[in-house]
Ligand binder design. Structure first.
Ligand SMILES: [Mn+2]
Length: 326
């Protein structure tokens, strides 16, 4: 999984590089963006990452990263765009969306199996735990400097995408990179506290609702919860704060498919899918126009919550009844 040499070459030669990630950025996207921008030779490297549009609990990463967010002129002037951790062009998180960068030299660094190689140069490794793991390999191959802050950011990205080193993507390679990052100065104590033990009251109240709304189907093989727009707003959270709360229905014993339906934007239902015990959820997400990884995927549907839940529950139930493809 060595990075292509032409990727290192164009990244090294860029004068005004811009690093872009996916909408509703998670810790892996934020870490990959900030780390890459920090290590690029150009001092003019920028990220498309507005602090206000990042989940409250991940804003400390933006503060650590200390990379300026690109303004409209800088986006227009960028001579190279690195899109990281982003499964498709419809997920690109930049002002003006994909159209704003489509005409530029785009490089694509990702680990989503559904990534269609939309860049001029593509480095997509679906066996990688995280894009952060790939960025680490890129840094060491290119010989760029890795300081303690960058190490901490990348460690946070790997920690997050592997579910705290507990999911099947926690490969020996991922653990080796994590170990190298700790040797490079990653602050495990601080990161553990910030990522796992620093819940704000608003997030705590939101999780209370996720527990309360959790329901079972298919004899307990499906667990799902819902968050209406009203429930999100009244807990003091925003759409950006919703992502890994699907871990609550997922944590029930016997669950094979866990889902979180959230209405961050009124009238649009986002669904996070997680597969347990080797149950792939990607086909489910793709059937609904989404994408992602085999056991962790997502989709968005514009419809009323009840109708979306009913439809998706039906799809999920028939997926469990279908004979396995193997
Ligand atoms: Mn990722």
């Amino acid at each position: 999984m060595a990075p292509p040499s032409e990727l290192i070459e164009v990244l090294s030669n860029a004068k005004r590089p811009l690093v872009v990630g996916h909408v509703t950025p998670d810790a892996d996207a934020i870490a990959s963006m900030l780390s890459l921008a920090r290590v690029l030779p150009s001092q003019a490297a920028r990220v498309a990452l507005e602090r206000g549009k990042v989940a409250q609990k991940l804003r400390f990463m933006v503060e650590m990263g200390q990379v300026p967010s690109a303004d409209a002129a800088e986006i227009a002037d960028a001579d190279l765009v690195a899109v990281v951790d982003t499964a498709g062009t419809n997920r690109v998180n930049v002002e003006g969306k994909w159209e704003a960068i489509a005409g530029k030299f785009v490089v694509n660094i990702d680990h989503h199996i559904t990534n269609p190689d939309f860049g001029r140069i593509n480095w997509v490794v679906d066996s990688a735990s995280s894009t952060s793991e790939l960025i680490y390999r890129l840094i060491t191959t290119a010989g760029w400097p890795l300081d303690a802050t960058t190490a901490s950011l990348l460690y946070a990205g790997i920690h997050s995408d592997t579910g705290g080193f507990s999911l099947p993507n926690t490969t020996a390679d991922a653990l080796e990179v994590a170990a190298a990052l700790v040797r490079g100065g990653a602050d495990i104590d601080m990161l553990g506290a910030r990522l796992c033990r620093s819940q704000r009251r608003s997030e705590f109240d939101l999780i209370r609702v996720v527990y309360h709304n959790t329901r079972l189907a298919a004899d307990g093989q499906i667990a799902y919860s819902t968050l209406s727009h009203q429930e999100i707003v009244s807990s003091g959270c925003t759409a950006e704060d919703i992502d890994d709360q699907v871990s609550i229905p997922r944590s029930l014993s016997g669950v094979r498919i866990a889902m979180l339906f959230s209405e961050g934007e009124p009238g649009v239902i986002r669904i996070n899918f997680r597969g347990e015990n080797g149950t792939p959820v990607l086909p489910l997400a793709q059937k609904l126009g989404g994408g992602g990884h085999t056991f962790s995927a997502g989709a968005r549907i514009r419809d009323a919550m009840e109708r979306v839940v009913e439809r998706v529950l039906g799809e999920a139930t028939s997926l469990l009844q279908a004979p396995s493809p193997e």
